[in-house]
Design a protein around this ligand. Structure first.
Ligand code: GLC
Length: 529
C-alpha cells in the first residue's frame, strides 16, 4: 500500500500531526445496513491517505446500547457488532499503520453504560455498588435526589432505583458515573489502556477528562466555590500520572477532552508526566473576529509554553455546530446553551470563512484536528425532531436540537442511493438532506477550488511553515498576519475590505479567489513564501 511516510517512525509525530476524527457510525457503510462500520473505514483508507492525514481518532467503537452514540460503553474490550469485530479493528489498525496513518481510540472513563456488567451487578445488590455513586435520597422518604447537581444533558444528575437508592450520572441516566476513589476502577482503566496499546493504537482520547473525581461528600453545588465538587479536582492529576506511566511503555500519547476556562488550570493536565495534549476548545468556540482569534491564539501558545506541550487547533467535532454553519450565523462563536432550531445562516459566507479558517489553523504551531466532513464543507443539518437520537434533545424538553446535525452520514458518491452511504434498500440511520449529493467526495475529488481540494493541498503544503515558533507581523486592522521562524507566512483577512499582499512574496495557496487587482478579499486567507 505505497511507501511508508517519513513521519512514520518519528516519536514526536503528535506534536504537529493532522488528525482526522472518524465518527464510525456516520463515516462509511461497508455492509449496507445504514450504519457506518469498520469495513467501511477500511475501504476508505486510500481516501484518508490521499488527504494526507497522520492519524485517525475513532469515537467509541465498543459494545454499546448507543444511548449516547457509543459514549455509553458496555464492554471496552469488544467492538459493537454494528461496527464489526475486534479482529476487524486489529486489521484496521494494522492496515492504517501500513499506509502511514496512526490510530487513536476514545476511552470513556467517567461513566459506563447501564448495561455494563459492573452496573448490572450493582443493581442486583452486589459489592459492585461501591464502584458507582449510590446514595439514599433526601427528604422524609428519600424522595429527593441526594444533591442538586444537574446532568450535562439537562435534568437532575440522579436517578432513583426501585429499592429507593439513587445513583449519579453526570450525563444520561443510562451512563452511571464511576467512583474513581475506588482502586478497582483505576486498575481496570489502566488495563483497558494496555489492551488497546497492545493492539497497536498510537494514542487515546480521554472523554470528559476533567470530570472523573467527585468530592466524596457529594455536596450541593455552590456557584463560585472552590474547589468545584466534580470539575477539575486536584486528585485527577495523580490518576493521569498513572496513565502516563502506562502510555510511556508503548510510546502512546493522550489527548484530553478538557473543557476549562482557566488556562492555568488547563495547562496542569499537560505537565510532562501527565497528558501529552488536550483539545483547544477556546479556539473552537472563538467567534470569527480578528482580535478575538489573535487573543485566543496568543493565550493558547502562552498557556502551553511553560509545560512544553504542543497546542491543538480544532474548528469542530461531533458535539458542536459544523464550521461552515457556525461562521455563517450572526453569532459565530459556539455555546451549547444557545443552540436553537431555525437559526438564520448564510452558508456561502460561512463557507468562505471556514476555508480561511482551515488555512489559519493548518498554519499554526501544533497539531490540527479535522472532523469528518469538514473537508467536504458539510453544513450542520437541521434534523427533523422525529429522527433525532441524541439524548441532549429529549432531555432539553425538545428545545435543544442536540448534536445529530453534525453526525449525518457522509456523502461519498453523488449519483448513488443515499449519496453512496448505505444501500439501495436501507436508508442511513439519520436522514440526509436533499442537497447532500452536491457535497459528495466524487463531486469534489480533484476539482480545483473544492473544499476537499483545498484541504488536500493545505495538508500537502503545510510543511512549508516548518516547526518554528509563531511571530506576528504588522498588518492592517482586522487582518491576522504571522510567520513561523524560517517558514512560510499566513495572512487572514477578517476586515470587510481587500488588502494588499506584501511585496516580494509568492502565493502558495489561497482559500478563495483574489480580487482582480490581486488584493486579498475579506474572509480569505493566503499562504505566502
Ligand atoms: C463527551 C463526548 C460527548 C459525550 C459526552 C459523554 O463530551 O464528546 O459526545 O456525549 O462526553 O460521554
Amino acid at each position: 500500500m505505497g511507501q511508508p511516510t517519513p513521519a512514520r517512525n518519528d516519536p514526536d509525530w503528535w506534536r504537529s500531526a493532522v488528525i482526522y476524527q472518524v465518527y464510525v457510525r456516520s463515516f462509511a457503510d461497508g455492509d449496507g445496513d445504514g450504519t457506518g462500520d469498520l469495513a467501511g473505514v477500511r475501504t476508505k483508507l486510500p481516501y484518508l491517505a490521499g488527504l494526507g492525514v497522520d492519524a485517525l481518532w475513532f469515537n467509541p467503537w465498543y459494545l454499546s446500547p448507543m444511548k449516547d452514540g457509543g459514549y455509553d460503553v458496555a464492554d471496552y474490550r469488544a467492538i459493537d457488532p454494528a461496527f464489526g469485530t475486534l479482529a476487524e479493528a486489529e486489521k484496521l489498525i494494522a492496515e492504517a499503520r501500513e499506509t502511514g496513518i496512526r490510530t487513536i481510540v476514545d476511552i470513556v472513563p467517567n461513566h459506563v453504560s447501564d448495561q455494563h456488567p459492573w452496573f448490572r451487578a450493582a443493581l442486583a445488590g452486589g459489592p459492585e455498588r461501591e464502584l458507582f455513586h449510590f446514595r439514599p435520597g433526601r427528604g422524609a422518604h428519600g424522595e429527593l435526589p441526594p444533591n442538586d447537581w444537574t446532568s450535562e444533558f439537562g435534568g437532575p444528575a440522579w436517578t432513583r432505583l426501585p429499592d429507593g437508592d439513587w445513583y449519579l450520572h453526570l450525563f444520561a441516566p443510562e451512563q452511571p458515573d464511576l467512583n474513581w476513589a475506588h482502586p478497582v476502577v483505576r486498575q481496570e482503566h489502566e488495563d483497558i489502556l494496555r489492551f488497546w496499546f497492545e493492539r497497536g493504537v498510537a494514542g487515546v482520547r480521554i472523554d470528559s477528562a476533567a470530570l472523573l473525581v467527585k468530592d466524596p461528600r457529594l455536596p450541593d453545588f455552590v456557584a463560585g466555590r472552590d474547589p468545584h465538587p466534580y470539575v477539575d479536582r486536584d486528585e485527577l492529576h495523580d490518576i493521569y500520572r498513572g496513565w502516563r506511566a502506562v502510555a510511556d511503555e508503548y510510546d502512546g500519547v493522550f489527548v484530553g477532552e478538557v473543557w476549562l476556562p482557566d488556562t492555568e488550570r488547563f495547562a496542569r493536565y499537560l505537565r510532562p508526566d501527565e497528558l501529552h495534549t488536550a483539545f483547544n476548545f477556546s479556539f473552537m468556540t472563538c467567534p470569527w473576529d480578528a482580535g478575538r482569534l489573535r487573543a485566543s491564539i496568543d493565550d493558547t501558545l502562552a498557556e502551553h509554553a511553560p509545560v512544553g506541550a504542543p497546542a491543538t487547533w480544532v474548528l469542530c467535532n461531533h458535539d458542536v455546530t459544523r464550521t461552515v454553519t457556525r461562521y455563517g450565523r450572526a453569532d459565530t462563536g459556539f455555546d451549547f446553551a444557545t443552540k436553537t432550531f431555525g437559526t438564520p445562516t448564510d452558508l456561502a459566507l460561512g463557507t468562505r470563512r471556514a476555508r480561511a479558517a482551515a488555512l489559519l489553523s493548518l498554519a499554526l504551531p501544533g497539531s490540527v484536528y479535522l472532523y469528518q466532513g469538514e473537508e467536504l464543507g458539510l453544513p450542520e443539518v437541521e434534523v427533523d425532531p422525529e429522527h433525532i437520537q441524541d439524548p441532549m434533545h429529549a432531555r432539553s424538553g425538545g428545545v435543544d436540537p442536540g448534536r445529530d446535525g453534525c453526525r449525518v452520514p457522509l456523502p461519498w458518491a453523488a449519483d448513488e442511493p443515499y449519496a453512496g452511504f448505505g444501500s439501495r434498500d436501507t436508508a442511513p440511520w439519520l436522514p440526509q438532506p436533499d442537497d447532500w449529493p452536491s457535497y459528495a467526495v466524487d463531486r469534489q475529488q480533484d476539482v480545483p477550488g473544492s473544499m476537499l481540494t483545498l484541504y488536500r493541498e493545505a495538508i500537502r503544503l503545510r510543511p512549508a511553515f516548518g516547526d518554528g515558533p509563531l511571530t506576528w507581523l504588522p498588518a492592517p486592522d482586522g487582518v491576522l498576519a504571522f510567520t513561523r521562524e524560517g517558514g512560510a507566512r499566513c495572512l487572514v483577512n477578517l476586515s470587510g475590505t481587500p488588502v494588499d499582499l506584501p511585496e516580494h512574496t509568492r502565493v502558495l495557496l489561497t482559500s478563495g479567489p483574489r480580487a482582480a487587482d490581486g488584493r486579498l478579499p475579506g474572509d480569505t486567507a493566503v499562504w505566502l513564501v
